[in-house]
Design a binder for this molecule. Structure first.
Ligand SMILES: [Zn+2]
Length: 81
């Protein structure tokens, strides 16, 4: 299995849980492109503060997407070095 979306599409930095959550939130859950928050803000022509507020909102809602992405990244790191 190939794990997609471990690195930013633009700058190729490794993605954090937040990066993956916000990419899916803004681009759709079936997106194949993931961005770090800085590159995503550039891509969407908004500022990172806007995206961080959105993440805060999701966190306060108790969205389980953070746990899902954390599990995904741990699994991907184990199998896809
Ligand atoms: Zn990036």
């Amino acid at each position: 299995m190939i794990y997609m979306g471990r690195k930013c599409t633009v700058c190729e930095n490794y993605l954090t849980v937040d990066d993956r959550v916000i990419s899916k939130t803004m681009l759709g859950s079936d997106t194949e492109r993931f961005y770090c928050i800085g590159c995503l803000a550039d891509f969407l022509l908004c500022d990172t503060a806007h995206l961080e507020r959105k993440l805060e909102w999701l966190r306060n809602r108790g969205c389980d997407c953070f746990e899902e992405e954390r599990a995904y990244l741990i699994e991907a790191a184990m199998y896809n070095i």
